[in-house]
Design a binder for this molecule. Structure first.
Ligand SMILES: [Zn+2]
Length: 257
């Protein structure tokens, strides 16, 4: 059976959530419905349906419980609920919310991929209490022990964030699908693990999947350094160093074991 990602669109037709400034000029529900559709299209294009599937669930009927109830019935192995943030104009950056322990590594992987797609300020992965006194908690407990996260990739109220999200919307959709698929498929299908080690004396870390991309300043990595795989762009791996998601970059997979 395939691994299944449930994509829950935040808010409802009748109450669409925060408004984003130009060039987005839309509310959360509408912007994220389109993002969810792009994510499903990418999943269909890039992954065989026998391996990985994504499906959209709305809160319009039955609210949060209705959406997650249908996702569970469908057989979701994990869920991502789509939002964006809004606050004073200066507030900015990417954050990802989780509650349960099994959701934390999933949050880290999707968060790091989101950062790599939008390149906005890293606000980290947080519990709802750490983020804002409980917002999102009700959604995040619906899946029980299965990984369940809320993504807030940018602040719709911040002009620079809105510009980046608008410009890289497809990249964001692809990053989140690739991260979810990598995470869900890894231990089962291709025998790979998320944890790798550098087997070269030194290994350059680059800003993209190719030697034409710049070397990142915090590299090169040394022999034996442990890294976590976030996305495959064979033969390049997007990897993460440490657990806070702040250091991500591409390395050639020939030099990892
Ligand atoms: Zn929201």
């Amino acid at each position: 059976m395939s691994k299944r990602l449930g994509i829950v669109v935040g808010h409802m037709k009748s109450s669409k959530g925060a408004q984003a400034v130009a060039p987005i000029s839309a509310q959360e529900y509408d912007w994220n419905t389109d993002l969810a559709e792009r994510m499903v299209a990418i999943a269909k294009e890039d992954y065989a349906a026998t391996k990985f599937e994504a499906e959209i669930f709305f809160r319009n009927t039955g609210g949060v419980r209705g959406a997650y109830g249908r996702a569970k019935e469908w057989g979701a192995d994990a869920t991502i609920e789509l939002h964006f943030n809004a606050h004073v104009p200066a507030a900015n950056g990417t954050e990802t919310l989780y509650v349960s322990a099994p959701s934390k590594p999933f949050a880290q992987v999707v968060h790091a991929a989101t950062l790599s797609a939008l390149e906005l300020k890293d606000r980290g992965i947080k519990t709802p209490n750490e983020a804002s006194g409980g917002r999102g908690y009700q959604s995040l407990v619906q899946m029980g022990p299965k990984p369940s996260i809320i993504t807030e990739p940018f602040f719709g109220s911040n002009a620079r964030d809105a510009q980046a999200a608008h410009a890289h919307k497809n990249g964001l959709a692809r990053a989140q699908i690739d991260a979810a698929a990598t995470y869900l498929l890894k231990p089962f299908d291709n025998g790979d693990d998320l944890n790798w080690q550098v087997k070269a004396t030194t290994l350059n870390v680059r800003g993209g999947p190719g030697v034409e991309y710049e070397k990142l300043e915090w590299g090169p990595l040394k022999l034996g350094q442990k890294v976590v795989l976030i996305r495959r762009r064979d033969p390049w791996f997007l990897i993460q160093l440490g657990s806070d998601g702040s250091k991500t970059g591409y390395v050639h997979s020939d030099f990892l074991v």
